[in-house]
Each structure stands twice: as structure tokens, then as C-alpha cells.
Design a protein around this ligand. Structure first.
Ligand code: 13P
Ligand code: SF4
Length: 362
């Protein structure tokens, strides 16, 4: 693998885990190393350091009836050490809606934990890193949406799930990276407003050209905005000079110029499953244009010798959560680690999410 990957994060030392026997620790370290499948970055020594955290977290989950959901961009120690489910934002929203446990712990950014609370309002929803935001969610307020609605009366508003609960409460339907094309195409009328991602909005404008007018906003993902079509073209040229037949896989939060250079466009989960599929078909030279967590998951879950090319970008918000934050939230959550939303916001935002499920399952 030639992709540059960030180093494994070391515990900050803010929370001390319980003491476990040498036998338990050795067994857990081996389990972690085998599951993460990156022995050079996630060495046995590193796995030994994190083992007491994962052991205590897994014990607390059982004792307190907690369902631990983690987004694909969380670090491998969380994904393969403690998560009950890992996926993209659409699948995780459904899991949060359908979870049977009393408590949901969402290891991810704030808007995803808020979405879980909207969909399961009677459950306790824990979010270990209250400061973990998202540049898209921060790019638009509920008042901005009210202003847009006043400017374009009667035009349906579709909003990317990467938004606050207050914004979701003001729109007609939510979408994710796995259903935005289908939902926007099926919305009534020949005009729609798409907020807040300008790149995904541009992609929609191109895809629906001649069928629907798409009015867009100016938010962007600070991670996917870094990739440019020019960079992708130069990587492709280099690969072809070296004799590689490169497959380019990118996330729809990237610029339209990047998407044009791509063979496959999809959510974090789709990119992972497609990379695994390509590997199984012997197409091992893959360029991933997305956050580094997807490459971590591919490494762990593919049985092929993949040659991942290029360099991924890390989301500082997604990577804000560490095992010790999860441990602390499970032991005794701080007030701001418990998601609380206004009842009226929950009711109104839930309508937009229910519409998303309805359109997706149509
Ligand atoms: P996915 O739904 O594709 O996981 O995307 C969420 C996200 O924040 C990507 O940057
Ligand atoms: Fe937000 Fe981008 Fe980070 Fe996803 S990768 S959480 S869109 S800033």
C-alpha cells in the first residue's frame, strides 16, 4: 500500500482504565491487532496500550445496555475494538432509529448524534466529543433556511444530513451521500433547493440538467474540498506511466471536476464495498479520494493485496473522539455528552428524516 496514512493516535491519559489480568490483556491485544490488520501502524505494543480501554468499554456496554454506533471515519481502535455497528450516515441513522438498547452511544460528529436523538427521542443518546462538529453543518443556520424559503416560496428544500437538528426542522427532506440523486430526482416539481453542500449541489445540477433546476448554497466539506481534479489527473498520469490501470473512487462531497475523473462515486460504505469488490476481481490499483477512515476499513476488511494510491485526508472533527472519551461518557457522562434537543425541533426534524426513509425505500 502506498497511501500515506496518519499515525495511530496515542491515549491522551485523561482517563485511566481499570486493571485487567495479563491473560485478558494479551488476548484483547491479539484480537485488536488481527481485526485492524495494519500491524505496522497498529503494532502489538500499541494494541497492548489500548486493550484495557476496549475491555472496560465493552464491559460497560453490556452492563448498561448500550448500542455503540461508529461512523466509518472513526479510528480503527474504535471501529474494530468497541463498535457494534460501523457504516455510512444513512445506515447508521436507520440503526439508531431501530436500536433496541436503552442507550445509544454515537462515536462520530455532533450532527450524527443529534440525528440519532431525533429518530430515537426516548433513548439516552451519548456523544463523547461535544466539540466534534462539521464544516458543512456549521455553514448554515435555521434562520438562513427561513430566508431561503421566503425567497423561493413553494420550492421544496432538500438538505444534506450533515446539518444541525434546527436546520433539519426547517426543510422538507433530508438526504445522504447514498440517496441524494434518487431523492432529489423524485421530489415534486421542476425546481428544488439543495443545502448546504455546494459540491454535491453542483453534482446534482449536472445530473438533473434539463429535468430540474437546482438552487444551491455555498457550504463545503473542509476535507473533500482539498482534492482537485488536477491532482487526480496528475496521479492518474503517474500511475499510467508506471503501468497501473488505476480505478478512482471518490466521495460526492468532492468538486465536480474530481467526480468527472472518477470511476465510482459513493458514500463511505459504498466506496469500501466497491474497493473490496474491485480487489476480488483482480483490479487492485485503487485511488481513494476521501477521508482516511475509508482506507483503514478497506485494509481491515479486504482479503486482496490492494495497492491504495494517493493520499487520504483526515477529518479533525471525526478524529476528535478517542477511546478514553468513550470510556468517560460510558462511566459517567458530562452534561454536554448527553444530547438534548427541543421537543418541537425533534418533531419537525423527524418529518424530514422520515421523508428521507420514505423516498429511499420507494
Ligand atoms: P457518508 O454518509 O458517506 O458516510 O458521509 C458522511 C460524511 O460526513 C462524509 O464526509
Ligand atoms: Fe463534515 Fe467533511 Fe468531516 Fe464529513 S469529513 S464530518 S463532511 S468536515
Amino acid at each position: 500500500m502506498t497511501m500515506n496514512m496518519p499515525a495511530a493516535p496515542a491515549p491522551r491519559g485523561t482517563v485511566s482504565p481499570l486493571t485487567f489480568s495479563d491473560e485478558e490483556l494479551e488476548w484483547e491485544s491479539q484480537r485488536l491487532m488481527t481485526a485492524i490488520k495494519q500491524p505496522r501502524r497498529w503494532t502489538l505494543d500499541i494494541c497492548r496500550t489500548i486493550a484495557p480501554y476496549t475491555l472496560e468499554i465493552n464491559r460497560l456496554k453490556r452492563e448498561k445496555d448500550v448500542y455503540l454506533i461508529a461512523h466509518s471515519y472513526q479510528t480503527p481502535d474504535i471501529v474494530y475494538g468497541v463498535a457494534d455497528e460501523v457504516a455510512d450516515s444513512y445506515s447508521l441513522s436507520k440503526s439508531a432509529r431501530d436500536a433496541e438498547q436503552k442507550i445509544i452511544l454515537f462515536s462520530s460528529v455532533r450532527f450524527m448524534a443529534e440525528t440519532a436523538k431525533i429518530l430515537s427521542p426516548h433513548k439516552i443518546v451519548l456523544h463523547p466529543s461535544p466539540e466534534a462538529g462539521c464544516s458543512l453543518a456549521e455553514s448554515i443556520t435555521a434562520q438562513n433556511v427561513k430566508d431561503i424559503r421566503a425567497k423561493y416560496p413553494g420550492v421544496p428544500i432538500a438538505c444534506y444530513i450533515n446539518t444541525t437538528a434546527a436546520v433539519k426542522a426547517e426543510v422538507d427532506v433530508c438526504v445522504t451521500s447514498s440517496n441524494y440523486l434518487k431523492i432529489c430526482e423524485n421530489l415534486p416539481g421542476n425546481k428544488l433547493i439543495f443545502i448546504p453542500d455546494r459540491f454535491m449541489g453542483k453534482h446534482l445540477q449536472n445530473a438533473l440538467a434539463g429535468k430540474k433546476e437546482v438552487i444551491i448554497y455555498d457550504g463545503e466539506c473542509e476535507v473533500h474540498a482539498i482534492f482537485t481534479g488536477e491532482k487526480v489527473r496528475s496521479w492518474k498520469e503517474r500511475a499510467s506511466e508506471d503501468g497501473y490501470d488505476l480505478m478512482v473512487l471518490s466521495h460526492p462531497e468532492c468538486d465536480a471536476d474530481v467526480l468527472e475523473e472518477s470511476d465510482i462515486i459513493g458514500s463511505s460504505e459504498v466506496l469500501m464495498t466497491e474497493a473490496i469488490r474491485l480487489g476480488n476481481e483482480g483490479k487492485n490499483d485503487i485511488m481513494l479520494i476521501t477521508e482516511c477512515g475509508t482506507a483503514d476499513r478497506i485494509q481491515a476488511e479486504s482479503d486482496s493485496e490492494l495497492n491504495l494510491i494517493g493520499s487520504c485526508v483526515m477529518c479533525r472533527h471525526m478524529k476528535a473522539t478517542q477511546l478514553e472519551d468513550i470510556l468517560q461518557a460510558l462511566r459517567e457522562p458530562l452534561p454536554d455528552q448527553i444530547i438534548e434537543l427541543d421537543d418541537e425541533v425533534i418533531i419537525r426534524a423527524k418529518k424530514s428524516l422520515d421523508e428521507m426513509f420514505r423516498f429511499t425505500e420507494m
